[in-house]
Design a protein around this ligand. Structure first.
Ligand SMILES: [Zn+2]
Length: 86
């Protein structure tokens, strides 16, 4: 059971809620050394670490999410929002 934070309607058991992203911000992820396990087929030189680097980069970070019903999520609720099934 859950209550939709957009239309404020209550929904009973068996109805899955949807998380609706209403605010996000750009994020820069830094380079990280030796954090990922080596990929399949990776040829390791003797004495080399068994990890590879994460190159980092640009992405998006969720600032605020609301719990919504499928109807509100499909309508976009806030216009710029993007829906993601929970
Ligand atoms: Zn709703």
């Amino acid at each position: 059971m859950f209550k939709c934070e957009v239309c404020e309607g209550g929904f009973g058991p068996g109805v899955a809620p949807v998380k609706l992203t209403v605010e996000r911000r750009p994020r820069t992820y830094p380079l990280r050394w030796d954090v990922n396990p080596e990929p399949k087929g990776f040829r390791r030189v003797e004495g080399q670490l068994a990890c590879v680097d994460d190159p980092g980069g640009q992405g998006w970070e969720i600032v605020r999410e609301v719990v919504a019903c499928r109807g509100c999520a499909a309508a976009g609720a806030t216009g710029a929002a993007t829906a993601r099934v929970a």
